[in-house]
Design a protein around this ligand. Sequence first.
Ligand SMILES: *[C@@H]1O[C@H](CO)[C@@H](O)[C@H](O)[C@H]1NC(C)=O
Ligand SMILES: *[C@@H]1O[C@H](CO)[C@@H](O)[C@H](O)[C@H]1NC(C)=O
Ligand SMILES: *[C@@H]1O[C@H](CO)[C@@H](O)[C@H](O)[C@H]1NC(C)=O
Ligand SMILES: *[C@@H]1O[C@H](CO)[C@@H](O)[C@H](O)[C@H]1NC(C)=O
Length: 271
Amino acid sequence: MVGHKVVSLILFLAGWQEVATLVQVRHVAVDVGQDLTLACAEEDVLPHTDSPGVMWIREGREDGQIKRLKVESNGVLELVNVSADDAGNYSCTLDDDADAVKSRINVEVRTPPPALRNVWVKPSTILANILWEVGGTGGYPIIDFTAEYRLKPSEGEKPEQWKPIIPTHIPPNSRQIDVYHLVPNTTYSFRVWATNQLGRGEIVEVENHTHHSVEELELARHLLAGVEDFDTRVWVAAVGIVMGTLLILGIGTCYLLYRECKAPSGGAGGD
Ligand SMILES: *[C@@H]1O[C@H](CO)[C@@H](O)[C@H](O)[C@H]1NC(C)=O
Ligand SMILES: *[C@@H]1O[C@H](CO)[C@@H](O)[C@H](O)[C@H]1NC(C)=O
Ligand SMILES: *[C@@H]1O[C@H](CO)[C@@H](O)[C@H](O)[C@H]1NC(C)=O
Ligand SMILES: *[C@@H]1O[C@H](CO)[C@@H](O)[C@H](O)[C@H]1NC(C)=O
């Protein structure tokens, strides 16, 4: 079917700019894994079966792409199972008029979010703060972030299950989350990713070691000990004193108000 036509595609870098500036760019967005067809020109401008072939030019080389590319007999470029690497600029010319670029198309491939950037963990003794930055959304807004942690497995040991970090759906404007109830002087692995409507993004995993600070531990112990040893009788006595004081103040105020109200009327009566 295509045999009698000279249909070709070349991968090409130099010369793009000068060719490119002449035509309006079309923008096309496609979800990763979908198929995409690009028409070289409007239906009526398309070459007939006996006319010369269509040539598609892509900026930059993408090895492995060629297998998933097809130029239909009507000159339409078809990309099968689009991958993120297929994003870029494509243009097409007709063989009989190779100087004139008929079409220039900027292809955007939408993907799940790429890996978060600058992910790091700021540990203390019994909690840690995971921080990250967003490098890109993948083309759709980020719905939420997810973070998990687990003990770093020691040599030859089977790693434990990842534990969720609450909330499991971290709002899209957050850039950090706290993890509680860690054990001091222990190495943990943490992982975090963003999700958009195409799914879970690339996972970034980092590890860090909780502090073993004697002072911090002592402080924590002291606070916890204080809670445990707390005597409710002390509390009752304290509340009693406060309530008693308030009561006395209240009575005093009422008495004063009563006298204030009484005094003028009494004065008027006296006049
Ligand atoms: C599409 O490509 C991905 C890898 O890029 C591959 O894993 C998948 O099986 C392909 N799907 C189809 C339908 O060819
Ligand atoms: C496509 O061309 C535009 C200029 O027209 C340029 O800004 C952009 O970076 C190019 N895209 C790619 C992926 O090279
Ligand atoms: C581990 O924690 C230290 C601070 O205690 C911090 O300087 C370092 O960047 C952290 N490393 C990672 C990979 O998060
Ligand atoms: C921290 O743990 C290591 C082994 O995991 C141990 O050798 C070290 O003594 C511990 N440090 C403190 C201050 O307990």
